[in-house]
Design a binder for this molecule. Structure first.
Ligand code: F6R
Length: 612
């Protein structure tokens, strides 16, 4: 949802801004721009297209950009106003006093615009962002701190704002409410960015701006203030990610690299929270045994792929026959349904980015009701990490591909362990089940690796079926979250219509859609539901749909039900998600590749959804 980069105090600011935008391009990529404060004024260069195109244009105008003392840049995911050069950021006030970039949505932009237009201000864009830009120029009378406070007090909605004033070269002003912004100091320079990964080339010690906070950046340092203008002391948080982790390396796409990293993610997760065959979360999760023993209700809340990870966790809990009241809900619904509860409730919020607006709002709601709240996030220092009562970090490392892959694996791994930890505290986990599932988890990284080695086979299938007009992903119980994730990956990166169905539901309507061009991918691992799922597969086959089965190794009989079969290693039934995922990810990846899609930056999407 838009990436911001700012820098003051370096000689190569132009390159720093462009580099920071390239690293955050997955946040939004329909247009891009940068503004440099040069000795004789501001150079504002914007394009519709990608950061590499912006870089080309900036290099053509390099001689024009010499001597810049500060700069701000932006890569956009359009919300208000079409994808045009005029609507691209940075925006400038009509008097040229203020240059500004913004991530978020200003909800009272129309009212501000109407008022300013009545007072003779000329607007040139269709964006909500132009309103704070023009308003700030009207308020500003030489006192930047007071003007910033007044501006922030007048805005409703979500914003991360980064601003340069014409008469203050060598200064950058920032404000944050609802959208992320991180500040850093290194080697006589100050930086700001939407995403910490953009700052790791300079330092690992980061200042995560809080809600309702402003910052003032110069080459001498950074100062932080509340919206009331009172200065605030702030300590940095160290982020141990390596900048090599954000490099594509030998891979064509980040997504492919991140798929490959999944065995390691799982290994790290298991090592961090287990001892031999026992779960051990006492150090990572600081909820006392006394509290956990009283939990009677568990609510899992998340969006998108993270929501599907919670469905897998629910299945594990149910399979262990605990008597807890379990609920899963997408955050955008949880907020508005009257279902948040306190007291004996453990509310678990899962968010890779830790910045998803709906998940944050849901967490705040549950917290206000008195639930014991835990966030599972991949980003230390993210908003959810800083606000929630308890955090469990998923150990996937930075994920750059817009489609989530390894973070899903990290989430399912840690959720499985959290479930075991909770049930153990409640006395609802037998030693046998604990040892069985932890043993199962420990055996998985090697199985995932062996699955990855079958890539050529899956690639060939992706080519064969890439002219399908769409896909149905079907399965029962533990496979249902996977059907959803498989369909979502296919939609996101291949843009092919894809539906996920509990296999038993097909005949209640969706089967009407089937014909020889609609391919059914059915998950039929061995176990009590294999036969029933295969009956549903037969019903699809009878309607001429091509069938791909994902079945357990050794299940040769599966071949007689399908056009093609992908075999996966045998695993504990509750952990099937973690192995069944790999062929689905690779299948979507290679389908998208065959169709020539932009895999790491699929159209219309952005990695971090910081608006409702
Ligand atoms: C899909 C995907 C999204 C995210 C969703 C939630 O590949 O990445 O569906 O899972 O936007 O994001 P987080 O986990 O950051 O809250």
């Amino acid at each position: 949802m838009c990436g911001i980069m700012g820098c003051v105090g370096k000689t190569d600011i132009r390159k720093i801004i462009l580099n920071g935008l390239a690293q955050q391009e997955y946040r939004g990529y329909d247009s891009a721009g940068l503004a440099l404060r040069c000795p004789d004024g501001v150079r504002n260069i914007k394009i519709v297209g990608r950061v590499c195109q912006l870089a080309k244009l900036v290099e053509e105008r390099a001689s024009d950009c010499e001597g810049a003392v500060s700069g701000i840049g932006h890569t956009r995911w359009a919300t208000h106003g079409g994808v045009t050069v005029t609507n691209a950021h940075p925006h400038e006030s009509c008097d040229g006093m203020v240059t500004l970039v913004h991530n978020g949505i200003i909800e009272n932009a129309r009212e501000i615009r109407a008022e300013l237009v009545r007072n003779g201000v000329t607007f040139v864009t269709e964006t909500d962002t132009e309103s704070p830009c023009q308003l700030l120029a009207q308020i500003y009378d030489g006192d930047a701190l007071t003007a910033m406070s007044e501006l922030c007090g007048s805005l409703t909605g979500a914003f991360a704002l980064v601003i340069m004033f014409r008469d203050r070269p060598g200064e950058i002003w920032c404000a944050r409410r609802g959208s992320p912004l991180v500040v850093a100091r290194a080697d006589g320079a100050s930086y700001c960015a939407s995403d910490p990964t953009a700052l790791l080339d300079y330092t690992h010690d980061l200042f995560f701006m809080e809600e309702g906070e402003m910052a003032f950046l110069t080459s001498d340092g950074c100062k932080f203030f509340g919206f009331d203008g009172a200065e605030r002391a702030k300590t940095s948080i160290r982020l141990d990610w390596d900048s090599v982790m954000t490099d594509k390396g030998r891979y064509d796409h980040f997504m492919r690299k991140e798929i490959e990293e999944q065995p390691d993610v799982l290994r790290l997760t298991i090592d961090a929270h287990t001892v031999v065959t026992s779960v051990d979360m006492a150090k990572s999760l600081k909820i006392s045994s006394d509290v956990l023993k009283k939990i009677r209700r568990v609510q899992f809340v998340a969006c998108g792929t993270s929501h599907y990870a919670t469905l897998a966790a629910r299945d594990i809990m149910e399979s262990l026959d605990c008597e807890l009241d379990i609920m899963t809900e997408v955050a955008s619904e949880y907020r508005y349904r009257n279902i948040a509860r306190g007291g004996d409730t453990l509310a678990v919020f899962v968010s890779q980015s830790g910045e998803t607006a709906d998940t944050l709002a849901a967490m705040r709601l549950a917290s206000s009701k008195g639930a014991h709240c835990v966030a599972i996030t991949n980003v230390r220092g993210s908003t959810i990490d800083r606000e929630v009562e308890h955090t469990l970090l998923s150990l996937a490392g930075p994920e750059i591909g817009v489609a989530a892959t390894k973070t899903f694996t990290g989430q399912v791994g840690i959720l499985a362990l959290l479930v075991l930890h909770l049930l153990k505290e409640l006395g609802a986990l037998s030693t046998n089940d604990e040892a069985r599932l932890i043993g199962g988890l420990r055996s998985l990284p090697a199985k995932l690796q062996s699955m990855l080695e079958r890539e050529p086979e899956i690639e060939a299938l992706a080519r064969k079926y890439s002219d399908s007009k769409g896909f149905f992903f079907i399965g029962r119980r533990e496979c249902v979250p996977l059907t959803m994730e498989g369909a979502l990956k296919m939609k996101e990166i291949a843009y092919l219509p894809s539906e996920a169905y509990a296999a038993g539901e097909m005949k209640h309507g969706p089967i009407a859609m089937l014909d020889e061009k609609l391919t059914v991918v059915a998950l039929v691992p061995e176990g009590d539901l294999r036969e029933k799922t295969l009956s549903n597969v037969e019903e699809c086959r009878a309607r001429n749909a091509p069938i791909i089965l994902i079945a357990t190794e050794g299940d040769e009989d599966a071949r007689s039900y399908a056009n093609d079969v992908i075999f996966v290693p045998r695993t504990e039934r509750e952990l099937f998600t973690l192995i069944g995922l790999i062929p689905l990810q690779l299948f979507a990846y290679h389908t998208a590749r065959t169709l020539g899609r932009d895999i790491d930056m699929p159209r219309n999407l952005a990695k971090s959804v910081t608006v409702e």
